[in-house]
Design a binder for this molecule. Structure first.
Ligand code: RIB
Ligand code: CA
Length: 317
């Protein structure tokens, strides 16, 4: 079993990631924490509860976390991608969860779950990294209880929310830099360069919808999202960014990663939120005076159809 905690801003692709975790027998879903992002915190939290109710997971504790970035205001949400309620206007169509929020905040829940865990835990942040930055800054003694952090975020060659930045990192660059550059916890970054290549088509979505009630419901949440990607990709493709990262968290090695030092642009200029990946050799880095050895495993490639089939097979179960 893989003990796992999801930090999320649902979000249509977050919905598929949460569903993938719920539908995977090897996952021991310890908890879900929510963060601002695609929509505001109240809505991401409401959506997380309802998505867990859809999968009958009354047992999974949910706690709300940051409703804003660490340092500067959140310039804007992503309602144009996910709909006003974060789920293509269909959040109300999902079942209410009888079990409400845990009586604590996200960072406290993350810390208590890690502290109590019998074995190191995989944390899967699929929204802005504010909660994770706070966890690592407030509870450094718990880093030994983290098996690895598998993050959906970043862009290596062209962004989505700006020319150079991906939404999760851009939403709180200071938090992203804390996690990606300053900490030593084993970390996988799944950037949008690869998640876009893993886009699914109408046939894939039709197969999921035909698989049963839950598949049909998930696909029903995609209307606004699919229209966004039809326009932005100019083809029949829907990018399930967060589900691709979740697939790697569930099946380590599904994605092909390369270790490299990362930094995050935290200035206020046009490059804010951009990832700076150092692809030089270790020798070249050392010659130029770089001493820190912190690297992040960046997912740059995969067998794309294998990833798509993994997701479909699990979500259809
Ligand atoms: O850029 C894509 C990421 O930003 C995904 O996690 C999506 O849900 C949004 O949060
Ligand atoms: Ca997300």
């Amino acid at each position: 079993m893989t003990p796992l905690i999801i930090d999320t801003d649902p979000g249509v692709d977050d919905a598929f990631a949460i569903a993938l975790a719920c539908a995977s027998p090897e996952v021991d879903l310890l908890g879900v924490t929510t963060v601002f992002g695609n929509v505001g915190l109240a809505m991401t939290t409401r959506n997380a509860l309802r998505l867990l109710a859809l999968y009958g997971r009354e047992d999974v504790p949910v706690a709300a976390g940051a409703d804003r970035p660490l340092v500067f205001p959140h310039p804007h949400r992503a309602r144009y991608v996910h709909g006003q309620d974060g789920l293509s206007g269909l959040s109300d169509s999902l079942p209410e969860r009888a079990t409400g929020l845990a009586n604590t905040d996200a960072v406290s829940l993350l810390a208590s779950l890690l502290d109590r865990a019998a074995q190191p835990v995989t944390i899967v942040p699929i929204g802005p990294l504010t909660n994770i930055a706070l966890l690592l800054a407030v509870h450094p003694s718990l880093t030994g209880k983290i098996a690895r952090i598998v993050i959906m975020g970043g862009a290596m060659n062209g962004g989505n929310v700006t020319a150079g930045a991906e939404f999760n990192v851009w939403s709180d660059p200071e938090a992203a830099r804390r996690v990606l550059a300053e900490e030593e916890v084993p970390t996988v970054l799944v950037p949008m360069d690869l998640t876009v290549r893993c886009a699914v088509d109408t046939s894939w979505l039709d197969r999921l919808a035909a698989s049963g009630e839950r598949g049909r419901t998930l696909v029903s949440l995609t209307s606004v999202y699919r229209e966004h990607y039809r326009k932005s990709l100019g083809r029949d493709g829907t990018v399930l960014h967060d589900a691709v990262a979740m697939a790697e968290a569930i099946s380590p090695g599904l994605l092909k990663t390369s270790p490299m030092p990362l930094d995050v642009e935290c200035g206020q200029g046009a490059g804010r939120g951009m990832i700076i990946a150092d692809r030089r050799s270790t020798a070249a880095r050392e010659e130029s005076g770089v001493r820190r050895g912190r690297t992040v495993d960046v997912a740059l490639d995969a067998e794309l159809d294998t990833v798509r089939e993994f997701m479909l097979e699990r979500l259809s179960s």
